[in-house]
Write a protein that binds this ligand. Sequence first.
Ligand code: PHE
Length: 385
Amino acid sequence: MKTLHGQFFFAAAMGVSLLLTGCNKPAGSSAGGEDTIKVGEFASLTGSEATFGQSSHKGTQLAIDELNANGGVLGKKIQLITEDNQSQAGQSSTAVRKLISSDNVVAVLGEVASSRSLEAAPICQQNKIPMISPSSTNPKVTEVGDYIFRVCFIDPFQGTVMANFGRKTLKMNSAAILSDVKSDYSVGLAKFFKEGFLANGGTIIAEQKYSGGDKDFNAQLTAIKAANPDGIFVPGYYTEVGLIALQARQLGITVPLFGGDGWESASLVQIGGAALEGDYYSTHFSPEDTSLAVQFFVKHFKEKYGETPDAMAALGYDSAMILADAMKRAGATDGAKVRDALAATKGFHAVSGNITIDANRNASKPAVILQIKDGAFKYVETIAP
Ligand code: PHE
């Protein structure tokens, strides 16, 4: 099995220009025909979770560029065809139908948000087109069927990690939960956190809800303040979490807020600012990781984009690399063969950690806890499954 290290060293030896020349074709282009392997991607490039899709896409594109610079896969270059779902419900199914029926992609990469992966997965499954979600953590995603994979951990693990962290590390006896009823991710993570916190002898003294897109959280936060918890678990996405933090501090709530990977965006701190200082969240990757694989990835990502990669970027990269590895081992691009090869993935050295695909097509991987300090995300600890 080819390891990332090999690819990194090769790319490093060939110099930076190799990475920058790339083989990008414009999104949606069908140029290249049979000489290329077409891979589809659906992502939230615009809208309320724009940074998720953009980061994930940048990681995916970097992987494709590196693969193509190394000769591609099965003697062909990979052509990535990307569709924007605008962070909106209903758009992912349209995007994936188009990728499969008009573009004839052999596999689909996406999405970050679990609800949007859940929307697209039945279409991939029906068409026997392997789909790899880089970072959707809700368990239901891969339950859709045997063509649906992911390269990240799932929320029963993430919820337990944050329940233990709140209870044992932050020594909270009680917690409140403020979750997004519109998001499968948020509903699931709230449930798994609650189970873990209760199992550890903690008490959940308030459970409040909002709907993604809401801007005013004062009613929920006032109720939470009255319950006087030791901490507030907010399993949401960055746009709402930033506003929730601001409004919580304005109401005089001083206890820590904590959450999951949905917090991960530079925009979180732009929205929430100092209100988030000292708060914690769990995610998949830290660019501060000193391992060679991570440092090469961070270096190449910075060279290409002029910014530091986040978890979505790392997982987007890994999703494309896992697909390429499976196609190489399958010796073919047809759906059933790639599906079988993906299912057989073992110990693949990915930037987000080693990936072995289990019987449920999930990856069991460590979680990383980060703290917001001086407006930046600082590494706290790694929790193994
Ligand atoms: N895990 C989140 C979901 O399933 C998405 C996400 C992944 C957000 C990684 C940020 C970082 O919806």
